[in-house]
Write a protein that binds this ligand. Sequence first.
Ligand code: ADP
Ligand code: MG
Length: 322
Amino acid sequence: MSEFDLINQFFKTTIVKRNDVLLGIGDDCAILAPPANKTLAVSTDTLISGVHFPESTCAEDIGYKSLAVNLSDLAAMGAEPAWASLAISLPEANKSWLQGFMQGFNELAEKHNVSLIGGDTTQGPLSVTINITGFVDSNTALKRSNAKAGDAIFVTGNIGDAFIGLDTILNKSKSDQKPSGFFIDYCIKRLNRPQPRLKAGQLLTAFPVAAIDISDGLMADLNHICKASGVGAKLKIDKLPLSAELMHYYNKNPDWQRILSAGDDYELCFTCPENKLSEMKQLMRSHEIDITCIGEITASPGIKCFLNNEIQSFKLAGYNHF
Ligand code: ADP
Ligand code: MG
């Protein structure tokens, strides 16, 4: 199969058609018509085999997750997704692998009305780069620099699950001994199939909040908000939302350091001023989005962690490529 057969068979057959794509896959560039009253939010994420997903990950999950992590960046800005381009490097032209990859990709693209508008296909070690564009109002975008002392800090959903999924898969390849059971299956699903929090992000644009998606670890990512806003944070560790599955895994005795530095959950961490709390909470409740208050922003810099009101000395660790 040639490079062009690949493009025609797997990428050009993209399912989502949008009116704002004037010219899609097939020419030297795509031509797009953004709405007149909006600004664009643009982001890129690369996923490399063995770094961002275990080598054993199936094609469907890689296709799904590649788009999910990019959509998560739009969610963290409060943007509405529109277009994606896909630069993929493949060791070989394997039809069934590509079919699976695009099935995972299209599942999420359809759900969020994202058109695949172009890309690049090369041979090499497996690596996927997606560039995503969405629409956002620049005045209400959820910038990291929006946090103020006294704001409450929230997270959506639960945290810590995906890391246990990853840890289990990596240790399984080293030894035959591995924990198993419903809670492990759940954590692996959380690793491979993150749900980008687009609705939550879009709803939050009604409030003056700072937000970030948790890709490298709660503490490391919250620290980005603190640095960008020139503030610090007080985290109440005992308030962190943990799934029943994670509690089962830890035998009701959570490893807080690990949970604070666990990446890959793609939940949102955001701040909210005191006088907007009840309105914001009610809006989230009416859309059935689970959020938990886990602390507050402080004027003094640095992140301080408390467990039942006692200060703790957790390390500010998160994933770092270098
Ligand atoms: P060029 O040589 O002009 O860069 P290519 O031959 O690489 O163009 O690609 C032909 C068309 O196919 C272009 O419209 C490009 O955007 C699209 N394309 C190539 N690879 C992909 C891909 N992996 N996903 C989506 N579109 C792709
Ligand atoms: Mg060209």
